[in-house]
Write a protein that binds this ligand. Structure first.
Ligand code: CMC
Length: 394
């Protein structure tokens, strides 16, 4: 009924009101709950930012200590959930493993099914924040054939994740403090980004009153795509291809500009930012020191290629006219690689960072009395009415 407007890709259509994250794409501004991303990156921690996004205010010391304590108490996976990892092929991509395990949380915590039970939503919130790093680490351990490590709850969330990922049972693994700090910073920068594809997916699934685990599992699958979170993996593969000599930076850029075989400069461009992505600015500024600090010179050749690609792009009419700048994914992969993560894990790291944003947005959606089930309209372009022809007459 009435007037339907076509807005493919939701370029101009808002799907909700939100008080979580503010972006001014022309000015390159990003704020969580009003706080500039630059200030949070310089002074906050990932767990504190998670609290801020989910509850709306920065925690007092007592609130933060309580939140950290609750997360620590939920880091273990049910022993039966651990069996899941044996069912997947060893060379499986860890993203579908992650989304499957999150989906499976609904089977282990059946009290979570009612999205309007505030107490259960609170427990599910803490469970997701606490268990996602464990699930991610186990997906990695499985892929390299190493045993799982139980979480060590004397450690912080990021330390614990690194230990479960890179540690061995008989070994006293101590994560490098520079690496802990860098990963914490990257998680802060990924923590929310208003109504992007995965967050909109979380909200759309949740609008049918599906529970938090089902909604977030769907969001993880949306993040997997190369135009979204999968771009960090795609960037590194692009840089490695150039490093191998399949292309030079210049011949590659010619292909991009000629749209040859649909080649894009991965890690560039954004639906909302028509200016430098403020997250990329922070990452680029620190990439050099992080690479030197945690990985020796491991990423340097690729960093040089990335810098060269950016230099070409920022002075080229194709990119200038279309306002294409580096986005968050352009430099992150280099840092993850220097930390020792295989390329396949990059998008999992994005998911670990984005989890508080998905939770905050889902909770805002569920608490909003004006939320309706998400149900876009269409513009029908198919056949007009025609009569059925029996099979013998076709
Ligand atoms: N390389 C080359 N050309 C590009 C690129 C790129 N990375 N991005 C956009 N363009 C061109 C595009 O071909 C189009 O040109 P024309 O007007 O001649 O047809 C114009 O710029 C506008 O692009 P669009 O595809 O209409 O823009 P969009 O808002 O629909 O897409 C995007 C946004 C992020 C999907 C796109 O820029 C892209 O594919 N970038 C590469 C993938 C990437 O880095 N994704 C990560 C995004 S940020 C973090 C996240 O969400 O995970």
């Amino acid at each position: 009924t009435g007037f339907v407007t076509l807005d493919s890709g939701f370029v101009n259509t808002a799907s909700c009101t939100s008080a979580v994250t503010y972006i001014d794409g022309d000015a390159g501004i990003l704020r969580y709950r009003g706080y500039p991303i630059e200030q949070l990156a310089a002074s906050s921690t990932f767990v504190e930012v998670s609290y801020l996004l989910i509850y709306g205010e920065l925690p007092t010391p007592a609130q933060l200590a309580d939140f950290e304590d609750r997360i620590r108490r939920h880091t273990l996976l049910h022993e039966d959930l651990k069996l899941f990892f044996n069912g997947f092929p060893r060379d499986a991509h860890p993203m579908p493993v992650l989304s499957s395990a999150v989906s499976a949380l609904s089977t282990f915590y059946q009290d979570s099914l009612n999205p309007f039970d505030a107490e259960q939503v609170e427990i599910s919130t803490v469970r997701l924040l606490a268990k996602l790093p464990t699930i991610a680490a186990y997906a990695y351990k499985k892929s390299i054939g190493q045993p799982f490590l139980y979480p060590d709850n004397s450690l912080t969330l990021v330390q614990n994740f690194l230990r479960m990922t890179f540690g061995l049972p008989a070994e006293n693994y101590e994560p490098d403090p520079a690496m802990v700090k860098a990963l914490d910073l990257l998680f802060i920068l990924h923590a929310d980004h208003e109504q992007n594809c995965s967050t909109s997916t979380v909200r759309l699934v949740g609008s049918s009153q599906a529970n938090l685990f089902a909604s977030v599992s769907a969001g993880i699958n949306a993040l997997f795509g190369p135009l979204h979170g999968g771009a960090n993996q795609a960037v590194l593969e692009m840089l490695e291809k150039i490093a191998r000599g399949d292309d030079t930076a210049d011949t590659f850029m010619e292909k991009v500009k000629n749209k040859q075989d649909g080649v894009r400069l991965m890690g560039f461009g954004h639906r909302v930012y028509k200016n430098y992505d403020p997250r990329a600015a922070i990452i680029k500024k620190t990439a050099d020191e992080i690479l030197r600090g945690v990985g020796g010179t491991a990423g340097d050749e690729l960093l040089e290629i990335a810098l060269r690609l950016e230099e070409i792009a920022l002075s080229d009419d194709y990119f200038i006219e279309r306002k294409l700048y580096p986005n968050v994914d352009f430099y992150t992969g280099l840092i993850y690689k220097a930390m020792g993560f295989p390329t396949k894990m990059f998008t999992v790291l994005f998911a670990l960072g984005r989890i508080p944003g998905w939770i905050a947005q889902w909770r805002e959606m569920i608490e909003d009395k004006d939320t309706k089930i998400g149900r876009p309209r269409q513009v029908y372009i198919g056949a007009t009415e025609r009569d059925y022809v029996s099979i013998g007459d076709r």
